[in-house]
Design a protein around this ligand. Structure first.
Ligand SMILES: Nc1ncnc2c1ncn2[C@@H]1O[C@H](COP(=O)(O)OP(=O)(O)OP(=O)(O)O)[C@@H](O)[C@H]1O
Ligand SMILES: [Mg+2]
Length: 276
């Protein structure tokens, strides 16, 4: 297969013993692209994340990270290209201070101290965590620990960033920080794959939706189209987020799914009405 994307699954199958988690899954994510990975509980999303990070390897097919076949590569090697946050991100923190934790990745890759410091500072900045840098990770709230795990992934400056439920348990401000940080990282050229049940976050932050259904790829299309199609979402166990639902209910032109776009469209429509 020609590898164009920063990340590609080519006919991937994976089973845990006799439990089939993924069957014949193929997709690509280009550099700079922001993709949501959706699907109901048990659909296989976290298994995709584990395959990208090299914690698992496919039984069939190939996972490509750029021009690297992940087969035979350990997570430590893939860390040159892949940054990740697992579903239970608390388990990813183990150092004595938040700063030490965030700097773990670049130190493990062997970068010299000034480079480790620069990457750590930038990642702490990106998530507005400097005020907590000296604290012990376990003295932080679960929400801050979640942000800290993401900062650790960003500090690797990966070409592929794969996040499993990065906004779970975060308030609106926390979700905003995650959104800004990952958007900025994708703008610098990283491929972004985000597992999420938070479709409002997906609508605001991501561009394309890949949906898994019982281990199979059930759909792969632009999120604005997917999220405004109730008949496509329902059989996949997904509920449209409020702005998308509103946009459909009012039959707004272009069916916007982001708050800002919906507000602009509503203002235009209302303006048109008041002039007529
Ligand atoms: N360690 C494991 N051992 C055995 N089976 C597993 C294991 N992890 C996952 N599975 C099974 O593999 C399938 C896919 O699980 P996976 O965790 O990838 O789903 P998911 O989409 O991430 O679900 P959720 O939304 O609940 O996090 C499920 O049937 C699950 O029960
Ligand atoms: Mg999962």
């Amino acid at each position: 297969m020609a590898v164009n994307g920063a990340l590609a699954f080519d006919g991937v199958a994976f089973s845990y013993g006799n439990v089939a988690a993924l069957r014949d899954v193929s997709f690509e994510v280009a550099a700079g692209e922001r993709v949501a990975l959706l699907g109901r509980n048990g659909a296989g999303k976290s298994s995709v994340v584990r395959l990208v990070t090299g914690v698992l390897h496919p039984d069939e097919g190939t996972v490509w990270v750029g021009d690297w076949d992940t087969a035979g590569r350990a997570p430590e090697e893939l860390a040159w290209r892949v940054g990740s946050v697992f579903q239970h991100a608390d388990q990813q923190l183990f150092a004595r201070t938040l700063r030490e934790d965030v700097s773990f990745g670049p130190r493990a890759l062997g970068f010299p101290a000034p480079e480790v410091r620069r990457r750590t500072d930038e990642a702490l900045d990106a998530l507005d965590l400097h005020a907590h840098a000296a604290q012990h990770p376990y003295d932080l709230s679960p929400a801050l620990r979640k942000l800290a795990a993401l900062a650790g992934a960003l500090a690797l400056e990966p070409t592929v960033l794969v996040l499993d439920e990065p906004t779970a348990g975060l308030d609106r401000a926390g979700r905003g920080r995650v959104a800004d940080a990952v958007r900025e990282h994708a703008d610098r050229g990283a491929a972004l794959l985000v597992v999420t049940h938070d479709l409002a976050f997906a609508a605001e932050t991501l561009q394309r939706g890949i949906v898994l259904d019982r281990g199979r790829l059930a759909c792969d299309e632009p999120l604005d189209r997917l999220l405004t199609s109730a008949e496509r979402l329902k059989p996949l166990g997904l509920v449209p987020p409020p702005v998308a639902a509103l946009s459909v209910a009012l039959d707004l032109p272009g069916r916007p799914v982001r708050e800002r776009d919906a507000a602009d469209t509503l203002a235009r429509v209302a303006g048109g009405r008041s002039r007529s």
